[in-house]
Design a protein around this ligand. Structure first.
Ligand code: G6P
Length: 368
């Protein structure tokens, strides 16, 4: 098959732009839109009602999708969930419960460490599910059940659309688990799935901000170090933002849980360090804003990603603001993923790097 960039300059740009479509297509496999109900694929034999623990392992961006899912499975399904990097998990001889299940996440389905983690989970008697983008891949074939993201081929080395599709599947699975465990009512299920159905529309709105985000990215690209802060379900998005920027622009970046700021990274803050703050108006908003004030007080240049309109009125000195549509909190990781992808993409284009084939990186790491 011949991959085609269409009107885009890079595959990564095309893949970012495809997200409203592929996320909608993926969600349609895991949710009944007219009933607003979660739909568990029949090959998944996990009995969520009896499950003692869920273990999720993966590498890179897929790991960050797993880390996001931990917040959903614990909050909505009240299911203890452990997440680890596959290269660590495979060797640490973790004890696993009798009534346990494991999900491995991999775009390619070929990552060596993730495959090894899957084999370990199987050896420990876990019910295993592979969430992959490539049907027929090794990981898909070896797991007890394979389920799919419908992102289409992802060519850019830095994962974008596969990530948001992974989030989509995991959010719907968490709702299905919550229902099976009696942790949510039918009304709450309708609300959560109803919110997920809105993802493509909101994503399309965010993509319209691309020009403004590119302007911000050009300023960020002058920095030597960039810090990303987020809390709760958006903490993994801070990590993903930093990972994307490092991978393709080669600018040093770190993601931190906003509450950890004062335990180290605050020492780095001065007027030369842009701080990207992911702050949707949710139950942790005020906490994140107070962390942002600590940054502002030290002269840090804040790039605020938010759906909040009121901060300016509170006298906040924000260096730049990127608006994200107001949405249900289950959606925020899916939505905030887009501006951090676009920031990294445009910073890399500005730096003149090889965006689709960044140095030293491979699309799929099939050796240890
Ligand atoms: C490489 C890629 C990343 C990807 C990771 C895991 O590092 O550059 O974009 O997230 O591998 O790949 P997988 O195919 O298992 O999702």
């Amino acid at each position: 098959f011949m991959a085609d960039k269409g009107k885009h300059r890079h595959f990564m740009a095309k893949e970012i732009a495809e997200q409203p479509e592929v996320v909608g297509r993926t969600l349609a496999e895991y949710a009944d839109f007219s009933e607003r109900a979660a739909r568990l694929p029949e090959q998944v034999k996990i009995d969520f009602a009896k499950l003692d623990r869920l273990t999720i392992t993966a590498c890179g961006t897929a790991y960050l999708a797993g880390l996001t899912a931990k917040y959903w499975f614990e909050r909505y399904a009240r299911l203890p969930t452990e997440v680890d990097i596959a290269s660590e998990f495979r060797y640490r001889e973790a004890p696993m419960p009798k009534n346990g299940a494991a999900i491995v996440i991999s775009q390619s389905g070929e990552t060596a460490d993730t495959l090894a983690a899957l084999r370990y989970c199987k050896s420990q008697g876990q019910e295993t599910v592979a969430l992959v983008n490539v049907p027929g891949s090794t990981i898909a074939r070896e797991a007890d059940a394979a389920i799919f993201t419908y992102a289409g081929p992802e060519i850019g080395v830095a994962s974008t659309k596969a990530f948001t599709c992974q989030l989509t599947v995991l959010a719907a699975l968490a709702v299905a688990a919550a229902k099976a465990r009696g942790a949510i009512t039918r009304e709450q299920e309708r609300e959560l799935i109803g919110a997920l159905i809105e993802a493509p529309r909101h994503m399309a709105e965010i993509l319209k901000e691309e020009k403004h985000i590119a302007d911000v990215a050009r300023e960020v690209a002058h920095a030597q170090d960039v810090l990303y802060l987020g809390r709760g379900v958006n903490y993994p998005i801070a990590l993903e933002g930093a990972l994307k920027l490092k991978e393709i622009s080669y600018i040093h970046a770190e993601g931190y849980a906003a509450g950890e700021l004062k335990h180290g990274p605050i020492a780095l803050i001065d007027e030369n360090v842009p701080v990207i703050v992911i702050a949707p108006r949710d139950d942790l908003f005020d906490k994140t804003v107070s962390n942002m004030e600590e940054v502002a007080a030290r002269g840090g240049k804040i790039v605020l990603l938010t759906d909040d309109e009121g901060l300016e009125a509170h006298g906040q000195r924000t260096f730049q603001r990127i608006r994200v549509p107001r949405a249900h909190s289950i959606l925020s990781p899916l939505l905030y993923a887009l501006p951090v992808q676009l920031l990294a993409y445009h910073a890399a284009v500005f730096m003149g790097t090889d965006v689709d084939q960044p140095r030293n990186l491979a699309k799929s790491v099939t050796v240890e």
